[in-house]
Ligand binder design. Structure first.
Ligand code: HEM
Length: 343
């Protein structure tokens, strides 16, 4: 037996001995974990899973984003109920309610006519930049409204008609449109705000206009400036609602971006984003209803109104009837005095 052979045998024995001692110690490793620690409390997990349970359950993660440790977030169940049941019912009530109201109004009142008939003489009401801003906002809003309604009602109403493949394609494109048209909507809002805010500040004659029901109830046409009190309401609902809709929309489009993930704030938590999505839905539903009323009055509801946004010009008699204070300022003196011929 050589010395080298002896040395190798001795080293192998030492290694085997080392492993034999280390193995039981390694096997004991899990017992170092505290079995009563939060992360392994099974009862807590079962409690959180109970219907109506409001205990959130967090595990532990070593990556910087602590949100990934959320195992159960009970508010999520409330949010699903809101999104699947409450919002669709609220939306249907408000939007269908407005359509029924407008149809009833049309049935009772008919079209609001120009009392003296159209004169055939026109004056400029909106220039091309104003009309461009309006139609950009309007187009974007209609696309946003339809693609948003698809998120809430699509699965219920469109999926059975289109089938899964076509509905998936439609929804995917609707989502792209919903994201990208938001930028045109915001730009249009800014344009409308800058161009029209001066005409939409409250004036003493607005209270008279409201007291007389805007001339819709009764026969009189209360005096009004470039915009009457009803239009000022539409303007401010568009601006304030539009800003809130955009703010909540972008918070949802860029989730958790508002603050670093380790600083808790409204839009950096899952629960915060759930309430942001709730407000986005409520504001959208209210705005859709208001804009439906606006579209009605701008088209079917009032003779001569559409062309102010279509060509930018309105009939002199229309201007005198609906916006007498503004008309007195803009209609040339020679036209003012002359009786205008009926249609
Ligand atoms: C098919 C859709 C639409 C039609 C036919 C329409 C029609 C009109 C008309 C005719 C006017 C001018 C009224 C006047 O001369 O006194 C107007 C003004 C206005 N529109 Fe629209 N519009 C539509 C969609 C929208 C949308 C989607 C928004 C906002 C999201 C909007 C916001 C406004 C605002 C703020 C004004 C000025 C205040 C007022 O007249 O109520 N419009 N629109």
């Amino acid at each position: 037996m050589s010395f080298t052979y002896l040395r190798r045998t001795f080293t192998a024995c030492a290694l085997l001995l080392g492993i034999a001692v280390a193995l039981p110690a390694m096997a004991q490793q899990p017992s170092r974990v505290n079995p009563t620690a939060d992360s392994v409390k099974e009862q807590q997990l079962l409690d959180a899973l109970k219907p109506g349970g409001h205990q959130s359950l967090e595990g532990r993660v070593s990556i910087p984003d602590h949100r990934s440790a959320t195992l159960i977030q009970p508010e999520g169940r409330d949010w699903v109920v809101w999104r699947e049941k409450t919002l669709p019912r609220l939306g249907a009530g408000v939007i269908v309610g407005m359509i029924v109201l407008l149809l009833a109004f049309f049935a009772v009142k008919g079209r609001i006519k120009v009392d003296d008939g159209l004169s055939g003489r026109q004056i400029q009401r909106f220039n091309s930049v104003e009309r461009f801003g309006h139609w950009m906002t309007a187009t974007a809003f209609i696309v946003l409204a339809l693609s948003g309604l698809n998120v809430t009602y699509g699965r219920q109403f469109l999926l059975p008609i289109l089938g899964a493949d076509a509905f998936t394609l439609v929804s995917q494109w609707a989502k792209y449109l919903h994201n990208y048209m938001s930028f045109a909507f915001v730009l249009g809002l800014i344009m409308m705000f800058l161009q029209w805010v001066v005409y939409n500040l409250p004036m003493p004659n607005d209270f008279r206009w409201i007291a007389q029901g805007g001339g819709i109830i009764g026969k009189k046409h209360p005096p009004a400036g470039k915009f009457n009190a009803g239009q000022k309401v539409v303007f401010w609902v568009t601006i304030v609602g539009g800003v809130l809709l955009s703010a909540t929309g972008y918070a949802l489009m860029f989730p958790f971006y508002s603050a670093p993930s380790n600083i808790p704030d409204y839009t950096s938590t899952i629960a915060g984003l759930q309430s942001v999505s709730m407000w986005h839905g409520i504001i959208a539903v209210v705005m859709i209803a208001v804009i439906l009323a606006h579209i009605y009055i701008g088209t079917l509801g009032m003779q001569g109104a559409f062309w102010s946004m279509g060509t930018g010009k309105v009939d002199v008699n229309w201007a005198k009837q609906h916006h007498s204070i503004w008309a007195a300022k803009v209609i040339p003196k020679d036209v003012q005095g002359k009786p205008t011929p009926a249609e």
